[in-house]
Write a protein that binds this ligand. Sequence first.
Ligand SMILES: [Zn+2]
Length: 87
Amino acid sequence: MKSTGKCPKCRSTDILANVKAVDRGHGDAGRHFSLAVFADPDAFVFTGEERSTVSAWVCAACGYVEFYANSPDLLKQVREESLRRKG
Ligand SMILES: [Zn+2]
């Protein structure tokens, strides 16, 4: 949908691009929905956590939603570091 501009479900081209995905935490505080990966997930303190916010592409005709990480390259770097640490 992001690259084609067309909904894969209903074929509509009425696409809302780059909609911010918001997560509702304690006290209904709006925060950008994000993904997290950890270089060392078993560590007590220094887990090497990195996050990427997420944006959505929404079909205005049928409501289908696709999510995209805004920093996939950063998540990949941390995942590769995690695999190196495991040996
Ligand atoms: Zn659709």
